[in-house]
Design a protein around this ligand. Structure first.
Ligand code: ATP
Length: 302
């Protein structure tokens, strides 16, 4: 039943969206409330993944978007290719449109012009459930479910085996936490995970996404509230994940993305520059300015 709810929940969000992130947020809260009331059921038999296992390739071609006919354009012709596998980071000032791009990839909204292609096929042509089955999304303050740690980890892939769970725990450095917990994986995490620290919750959310084995992993600002040790742990996980899946991150802190395979600088709805950290420091004054302030002082972008 959990699996059913998982696949169902995104279309519900789609129906409810009607153009505002607030509504998506409400839909998400509603989904969680429903899940809260449920008892987790034992994992079922292994089931085939709905989509291929290969890392996804994305192409944005002249993508324009506004949140409403009266509202200004947030994306004003974004064109960028994201090859299969590897780590691509989106950086840029607040309001540049980074999270909006993620929302379009998940098809919470449709571009008003231009196209987004996944493996050469327009997102609009994908079956929505198939599309989202291949995408892992982790956001800042990712919500957990009430229930056990195990329930939280296998939500989205209830048939995950112990080895897969152990792997994800080790990668996210949660294995030591599990050893300390009185009931291990069967420990209750409290109402929406409040028995865990913010950093632990964030790592559980990431482990959950990894266990799903998405082809495309979207990470929106997941390290901004973590301390240095947690941030480094997550950075290692993300680097490892990018070997087998396509990972897109939105980050305010450049320190988390300097080693990305490519960095896309978004500014006021357009791609201002793209390249590696070293290339951008040499070629783009905006990026070089961020780098100079942040990497020297540890400050965040505006
Ligand atoms: P930040 O780094 O601050 O998260 P961002 O680059 O991710 O910013 P977006 O969240 O994509 O930027 O927002 C881009 C613009 O779209 C902003 O001006 C924002 O206010 C606006 N916006 C975002 N969501 C909505 C919405 N649901 N309705 C109307 N405008 C929105």
């Amino acid at each position: 039943f959990l699996l059913f709810l998982f696949y169902l929940n995104e279309p519900i969000g789609q129906l409810l969206h009607a153009g505002s992130r607030l509504q998506i947020g409400l839909a998400a809260v509603r989904r969680l409330s429903e899940v809260d009331e449920m008892q987790a059921e034992p994992a079922g038999d292994p089931q085939p993944c709905a989509v291929g296992q290969d890392a996804a390739r994305l192409e944005f071609s002249g993508v324009r978007f506004s949140y409403g006919p009266e509202l200004p354009e947030v994306l004003r012709g974004v064109s960028v290719d994201v090859p299969a596998s590897g780590l691509t980071a989106f950086v840029g000032p607040s309001g540049a449109g980074k999270s909006t791009l993620f929302a379009l990839i998940e098809r919470f909204y449709e571009p008003t012009a231009g196209r987004i292609l996944l493996d050469g096929r327009d997102l609009a042509e994908w079956d929505l459930a198939d599309l989202r089955a291949g995408i892992g999304y982790v956001e800042q303050d990712a919500p957990l479910l009430s229930g056990t740690l195990r329930d939280n980890l296998v939500y989205g892939r209830p048939w995950a085996g112990d080895e897969e769970i152990r792997d994800a725990l080790a990668q996210t450095r949660l294995d030591t936490l599990v050893e300390r917990l009185p009931d291990g994986l069967d420990t209750q995490v409290g109402h929406r995970g409040t028995f865990l620290s913010g950093g632990e919750r964030q790592r559980v959310a990431l482990a959950r996404a990894l266990i799903r084995r998405p082809r495309l992993l979207l990470l929106d600002e997941i390290t901004s509230q973590l301390d240095a040790a947690n941030e480094m742990a997550i950075r290692d996980v993300v680097t490892a994940a990018a070997k087998t899946m396509t990972v897109l991150v939105v980050a305010h802190r450049l320190s988390t993305v300097t080693s990305a395979d490519r960095i896309v600088v978004l500014d006021n709805g357009i791609v201002r520059a793209a390249g590696t950290h070293d290339e951008l420091v040499a070629s783009d004054p905006l990026y070089a300015g961020f780098a100079a302030t942040q990497l020297l002082t540890g400050e965040r972008t505006a």
